[in-house]
Design a protein around this ligand. Structure first.
Ligand code: UFG
Length: 340
């Protein structure tokens, strides 16, 4: 029998790409999502790409009884928990929304794993836990910095909740994957990132500007202490990122983990500036982007990129897609969404 994996938030950007990667790697997948920031389109996309009628349940992880019904219905041993709110600015304006949703949903997942005897859990963490990093590249040992937003704080708190849970309860093992900056879309252009309203993140803003949905990209600051003055990030193709989840699940399923709780950075190991990314987007897609330099965005970190040695060595996983390829997939997806 195939190993089954529950994917919470599986209709979201990273969740949908991970569902595809799991199915392609031979896992059975069950998707749950409350559609707070997604819709059935992504689930249909997963089904179309894989040719598998993936089971889907519309469930909010904060509703423990509804979640329990999912645990009773499906025999999965492993859970990948993506379901969470993720807008930094909104979390500052409405912190209780973030603490209530992001913490309760994860605690419910873990309680049910304990109550129902399930074993393996992956948590979607973020490079945001490193804040303005004290060293570059950042390793998993690089100290976390105090969170600068309630969103970032929920990532740190959920990491700690997972660490303590995996330490205390025999049979529960966890991995936190610290994502750097996921970009791009599935090469089929059947799934991708679909932000509601004005995008907060760089690449969706770039593609929407190229599509004419936004008039002009604002580049937030060119006076940073970097070679071209714009901020540096580690942009990772979402399909590569999805592959890291498959490797991490396999590690837990096969009992290859060295501790009950482990952490891995998931990035490429390369830093790219905002200006380099914009220029690459124009070059690979043969278009001109309307952009202007504006003031810094509050809370932005100057530079951050990953040391990926641990994930490379322990998970046997490495990001392989080029930024050019990724920026082409991002544009192909935007064109598809806009009917261009
Ligand atoms: N940027 C622009 N213009 C935009 C959007 C972004 O210049 O319209 C710049 C930002 O200033 C930053 C870079 O592009 O230098 C990347 O910005 P993103 O918003 O795409 O990504 P961040 O690195 O800011 O965000 C990431 C994750 C968040 C996490 C955050 C914490 O996407 O989930 O790191 O710092 F909270």
């Amino acid at each position: 029998m195939k190993e089954q994996v529950l994917v919470s938030g599986g209709a979201g950007y990273i969740g949908s790409h991970t569902a595809v990667a799991l199915i392609e790697a031979g896992y059975d997948v069950v998707i749950i999502d409350n559609f707070s920031n997604s819709d059935m389109g992504a689930v249909e996309g997963v089904r179309k790409i894989t040719g598998v009628e993936v089971p889907f349940e519309q469930v909010d992880c904060c509703d423990k009884e509804a979640l329990r019904a999912v645990f009773k219905k499906y025999p999965f041993k492993s859970v990948i928990h993506f379901a969470a709110y993720k807008a930094v600015g909104e979390s500052v304006a409405d912190p209780l929304k973030y603490y209530s949703n992001n913490l309760n949903s994860f605690v419910n997942i873990l309680e049910l794993m304990k109550e129902e005897g399930r074993n393996n859990v992956l948590f979607s963490s973020s490079a945001t836990v490193y804040g303005e990093p004290v060293e570059l590249p950042v390793t998993e040992q690089t100290p976390r910095q105090p969170a600068t937003s309630p969103y970032g704080n929920t990532k740190q708190m959920c990491e700690d909740i997972l660490r303590d849970t995996a330490a205390a309860y025999e049979g529960i093992k966890g991995i936190a994957l610290r994502y750097f900056n996921p970009i791009g879309a599935h090469p089929s252009a059947l799934i991708g990132e679909l932000p509601r309203g004005v995008p907060n993140n760089l690449v969706p803003f770039i593609t929407q500007t190229a599509a004419g949905v936004r008039e002009c990209l604002s580049i937030f600051g060119d006076d940073y202490n970097t070679p071209d003055g714009t901020c540096i990030r580690d942009y990772i193709d979402v399909v590569d990122l999805a592959g890291a989840h498959v490797a991490a699940i396999a590690r837990l399923v096969e009992g290859k983990n060295k501790e009950s709780y482990e952490i891995f950075n998931v990035g490429t190991g390369n830093g790219t500036s905002v200006m380099e990314l914009v220029t690459a987007f124009e070059r690979v897609n043969e278009l001109k982007l309307n952009y202007k330099i504006v003031g810094r965005r509050s809370g932005d970190v100057e530079s951050v990129w990953a040391d990926t040695a641990l994930a490379n060595d322990e998970l046997g996983w490495k990001a392989v897609r080029s930024t050019d390829e990724t920026l082409q997939s991002a544009w192909a997806w935007e064109k598809k969404v806009r009917g261009l």
